[in-house]
Design a protein around this ligand. Structure first.
Ligand code: ADP
Ligand code: ADP
Length: 229
């Protein structure tokens, strides 16, 4: 079942009088429970797509529906509620609050969520239960990203959208972060979309969606998927 559907999704950015067509008529589905990977060259529209699906940005034209609800027609307030209740975001940079511990960074989100898990449970999902009282500066990049992932999942979002979560990490650390995302997808059933250049992910994704020039050029279903242990 499709959680997200886009039809003729188009995003045009205006800088001065120059038009950039970041998305040029994208038809797509993201299915419930799947782990989808978005690939493509820099500037091909991946981040724009993820931001619109996540309600951080609005399309210029076309449709984007979340469970039959057209996000393009929601008021700003409703779009904020949609983001807050249904979507978890992970970015390249972790955006943790430096003066708060790992536990406190996660608790900041769970305090305002409708149906959160305890911060320690979210941190355990990413193997960070032993670092709960550490401050961000006391953690490695990979550990900070795992705290950021715990923060994103602690509100039990239906979808987890990750924009280059391994972009600032070396490849070995990147694999550990991708494994954490895979475990979350499997154990919580969270629909997950990941923008990444990390080749390791191809083996664990259900589908690989390739963007070129603001369009989806190819969708590969991964029959050879390796179910990680
Ligand atoms: P990707 O994530 O694949 O690198 P993006 O979605 O970030 O691609 O960008 C797609 C195109 O839209 C690029 O040409 C980029 O420069 C342009 N773009 C993205 N965001 C903005 C913005 N806020 N203002 C103007 N142009 C933008
Ligand atoms: P609200 O303030 O209503 O939660 P925001 O747009 O500020 O709406 O954030 C929505 C969600 O997206 C939050 O979980 C927030 O942490 C996350 N988010 C948005 N933009 C960023 C960003 N640039 N870096 C990190 N997290 C972000």
């Amino acid at each position: 079942e499709a959680v997200f559907t886009t039809r003729n999704l188009t995003k045009i950015y205006l800088t001065g009088d120059v038009e950039v067509r970041a998305l040029n008529g994208v038809d797509s589905e993201l299915y419930g429970g799947e782990l989808a990977v978005l690939l493509g060259p820099s500037g091909s529209g991946k981040s724009t797509f993820l931001n619109i699906v996540g309600g951080l940005d609005r399309p210029t034209s076309g449709q984007v529906t979340f469970r039959d609800q057209d996000l393009a027609t929601l008021s700003d307030g409703k779009l904020t509620l949609y983001r807050r209740n249904h979507v978890g975001f992970v970015f390249q940079f972790y955006n943790l609050i430096p003066s708060l511990t790992a536990w406190e960074n996660v608790a900041l989100v769970t305090e305002v969520a409708d149906n959160p898990m305890p911060p320690e449970e979210a941190l355990a999902m990413v193997d960070m239960e032993k670092r709960m009282t550490h401050f961000p500066a006391q953690l490695s990049g990979g550990e900070q990203q795992r705290v950021a992932i715990a923060r994103a999942i602690a509100k039990r979002p239906e979808v987890l959208l990750c924009d280059e979560p391994t972009g600032a990490l070396d490849s070995k650390t990147g694999v550990i972060v991708l494994e954490a995302l895979t475990r979350i997808n499997r154990e919580l059933g969270t629909t997950t979309a990941i923008i990444t250049h990390n080749a390791a992910i191809r083996n664990i994704a259900h589908r690989v969606i390739s963007f070129i020039d603001g369009k989806i050029a190819e969708v590969q279903v991964n029959d050879q998927r390796i179910e990680p242990s």
